[in-house]
Design a protein around this ligand. Structure first.
Ligand code: FMN
Length: 163
């Protein structure tokens, strides 16, 4: 039987640092809930290990013209491989928070593409993806605060012994 690591994995991809700030905030809040946390940039993480994870929180920004941050290029190419079937991430829970700017045509494109791909690979979303928007007067935190509240309450429901 496959051993599951009872750890919350937070994977972030940032170009200018915001996604890292968000990932660190999520890590602090998780630790306050006595949860074991591993936080990693997507370029320091071997995507081959994803099927062995339990719950993975993704915090990803969009750069260029709807492009992934440089630190996510290899990870994203890996996830797009055709031979990873629709069961590859079965049993894995995930959540995606995106950082973007609705002034751009491809608004939060990376978070949207990632969310779809994870779901196509068989993973189960814990909550609907959250989308932070630079255009909002309070910035990305306007979306982050309510998203985090629902994330923690959903995780509490589905993994009461974990969180
Ligand atoms: N946001 C989008 O939603 N779509 C884009 O195509 C997009 N392109 C960007 C290109 C540049 C050069 C910059 C500076 C920002 C762009 N943004 C875009 C906005 C960023 O995603 C947003 O500022 C985000 O908070 C940056 O997060 P990061 O610091 O983690 O990289």
């Amino acid at each position: 039987m496959e051993m599951k690591t009872k750890t919350l994995l937070i994977l972030y991809a940032t170009q200018t640092g915001n996604a890292l700030d968000v990932a660190e905030r999520i890590a602090r809040e998780a630790e306050r809930r006595a949860c074991t946390v591993v936080i990693s940039s997507t370029d320091d993480y071997d995507a081959n290990s994803l099927p062995a994870e339990d719950t993975v929180i993704f915090v990803v920004s969009t750069t260029g013209q709807g492009d992934t941050p440089d630190s996510m290029k290899v990870f994203w190419r890996f996830l797009l491989q055709r031979n990873l079937g629709s069961h590859w991430l079965e049993g894995i829970h995930y959540a995606v928070f995106g950082l973007g700017d609705s002034g751009y045509q491809k608004y939060n494109f990376v978070a949207k593409k990632l969310d779809k791909r994870l779901s196509d690979l068989g993973a189960t979303a814990v909550v609907e993806r959250g989308l932070g928007d630079d255009q909002h007067p309070s910035g990305y935190e306007a979306a982050l605060d309510p998203w985090l509240s629902s994330l923690w309450s959903r995780l509490n429901e589905i993994k009461p012994h974990f969180f």
